[in-house]
Design a binder for this molecule. Structure first.
Ligand SMILES: CC(=O)SCCNC(=O)CCNC(=O)[C@H](O)C(C)(C)COP(=O)(O)OP(=O)(O)OC[C@H]1O[C@@H](n2cnc3c(N)ncnc32)[C@H](O)[C@@H]1OP(=O)(O)O
Ligand SMILES: CC(C)C(=O)C(=O)O
Length: 515
């Protein structure tokens, strides 16, 4: 397989035929009402889609109405309606697209042996006659006719060429060769399109189109291979929704051509900054969620969590990004802080949040960050603020440090806390205390071990971020010999936050005494 054009030629314009409102709507549960279809159609029109397949008018009165309404409303894109090779389908499609500035009827008839024999129960000759009759009828009602030999990618070469030639002679202006069941491969579809281009004598009178399904996850790759073999139109849907495993995803197709223009030498009229808004609108409208790691529009498509990647990104974005998030409609790259992140990303986030950490502070905050990251899936800005604030306010000598603690508590039990602290470099002291609650017991244990008894003047716990695994930040004020001292502690466990806040205040008292 080679690319469709030589690099020195100017890029070939590929038509984008969006079938979100027709094949996309065939995804179970994805039905859209008239208002929703109009909203999606308007966005597709604004984003530069060349042809909008708005529905299958014979399918229901509602489908007819929505194709008609889209045809009346949309001014720029061509509006297309689908029809079987039957008079009533074609007449309904013609009627529905009539109000459009540019209308198209899309007539289809299956050509593969399996479909001919078992579904349509027609001979090859009957298929050819039916296709000719259908295209002719449609062409008498509309100038722009697309014909699809359904299941083209499983159709015998000779018969496919025969049907395509007959459909063009009958008046088809676009020939779409669908991979209806997502069975083909990139090399195979390239060969099939090349074969049809080489063998069908009147092929230059029609635009070749590709319509790939994603049953084997190759819909986009197959579409691009068809383009490389000369297809001038791609049929696709927003977020790749569609029958079964879906269709080729519009956003992936468009960005493949934009990002690898050097390879494909093709371009489209799509305003790529509307890709994310379109993805969100279709997801909201159909209720089909976009997977996080979905190419181009997924939440993780421009998110980096690994320290090595984040460091590379901060030094030079192109190390790990082949497209810019702004180009597809995201506001920015997301450097997600988590257990795989490194110091570079942490320092960068702290700076964005207004903290300039010294190298020593960064070492300590990073240590605590890694401990927290082992406990929490994702670290939010609120967590970073709490960790940094604890470090800044806790930058007193660590006379007493927490080694371990356990809490026993229950509805009808007196809470008991066992605390183990380290004094200086090696001395470890343990104490078991009871209290009115675990926090009270922790206060007692710390006071007894350190020998510093304080009066608690203010005690506040707040959640630094949202979510059940949010870290709790304890801020307290204690009085010791007539003076007030502050302490701060953060942890996902509020008893630990309390002990840390107590130790922070007590270490201040000791350091002031020493001075
Ligand atoms: C590959 C694709 O995505 S094709 C589009 C698929 N989309 C849909 O089917 C959604 C909308 N469909 C519908 O609402 C209904 O199927 C309708 C209204 C079109 C037809 O409903 P019914 O008349 O009850 O037929 P039903 O759906 O049971 O069967 C389809 C009939 O169309 C025939 N048929 C299928 N494709 C074609 C075709 N391209 N040209 C002519 N006839 C066809 C079948 O052979 C079958 O005919 P039979 O009833 O004589 O055996
Ligand atoms: C109607 C045709 C184009 C289709 O949807 C298919 O073959 O998948």
């Amino acid at each position: 397989m080679t690319t469709s054009s030589q690099p020195h030629e100017s890029p070939r314009m590929i038509r984008i035929f969006d079938t979100t409102l027709r094949d996309g709507e065939q995804s179970p549960g994805a039905s859209m009402n008239l208002a929703e279809k109009l909203e999606v159609a308007s966005l597709l029109d604004e984003m530069g889609v060349d042809i909008i397949e708005a529905g299958f008018p014979i399918a229901s009165p509602g489908d007819f109405e929505s194709v008609k309404k889209v045809a009346e409303t949309i001014q720029r894109s061509t509006i297309c309606g689908l029809a079987r090779c039957s008079d009533k389908d074609i007449d309904a499609a013609a009627e529905a697209v009539k109000p459009a500035k540019q209308g198209r009827i899309h007539v289809f008839l299956a050509t593969s042996a399996i479909h001919r024999e078992f579904k349509l129960r027609m001979t090859p000759d009957e298929i050819v006659q039916r296709a000719i009759a259908g295209v002719k009828r449609a062409r008498n009602l509309c100038d722009d006719i697309e014909f699809s030999p359904e299941d083209a990618c499983r159709t015998e070469d000779d018969f496919l060429c025969r049907v395509v030639e007959a459909a063009i002679d009958a008046g088809a202006t676009t020939i779409n060769m669908p991979d209806t069941v997502g069975y083909t491969t990139p090399n195979e579809i390239f060969d099939r399109f090349s074969m049809v281009r080489n063998r069908v004598p009147n092929i230059d009178k029609a635009i070749l189109s590709t319509h790939c399904h994603n049953d084997l996850g190759m819909a986009v790759a197959n579409s691009m291979a068809a383009v490389a073999a000369g297809a001038g139109q791609i049929e696709c849907t927003i977020n790749g929704i569609g029958e079964r495993a879906g269709n080729a995803a519009l956003e992936e197709i468009v960005m493949a051509m934009k990002t690898r223009q050097d390879f494909f030498n093709c371009t489209t009229a799509i305003d790529t900054q509307r890709l994310v808004p379109a993805s969100r609108l279709v997801s909201k409208t159909t209720g089909i969620q976009v997977q996080r790691n979905k190419a181009i529009v997924g939440r993780n498509a421009f998110a980096h969590e690994s320290g090595i990647h984040q460091d590379g990104m901060l030094k030079e974005r192109s190390t790990y990004e082949i497209m810019s998030p702004e180009d597809v409609g995201f506001s920015k790259t997301d450097l997600v802080l988590g257990k795989h992140s490194g110091r570079a990303a942490l320092a960068d986030r702290a700076k964005t949040l207004g903290f300039s950490l010294s190298p020593e502070q960064l070492v300590t905050v990073f240590e605590q960050f890694k401990i927290l990251a082992d406990k929490k899936k994702e670290i939010y800005d609120g967590d970073i603020i709490a960790l940094v604030q604890q470090q800044i306010s806790g930058s007193v000598e660590q006379e007493w440090a927490l080694i371990d603690y356990t809490v026993t508590s229950g509805k009808n039990r007196t809470p008991v806390v066992e605390v183990t602290l380290k004094h200086g470099d090696d001395e470890k002291t343990q104490r078991v205390e009871q209290g009115d609650g675990p926090i009270d017991a922790a206060f007692w244990a710390v006071e007894k071990i350190t020998g510093i008894e304080v009066v608690c003047k203010d005690f506040r716990v707040r959640s630094a971020t949202l979510g059940r695994d949010a870290i709790g930040e304890v801020n307290l004020e204690v009085e010791y010999k007539g003076k007030t001292y502050r302490g701060i502690g953060v942890s996902t466990d509020s008893v630990e936050s309390t002990i840390l806040a107590m130790l922070n205040a007590i270490n201040r008292i000791i350091s002031e005494k020493r001075e």
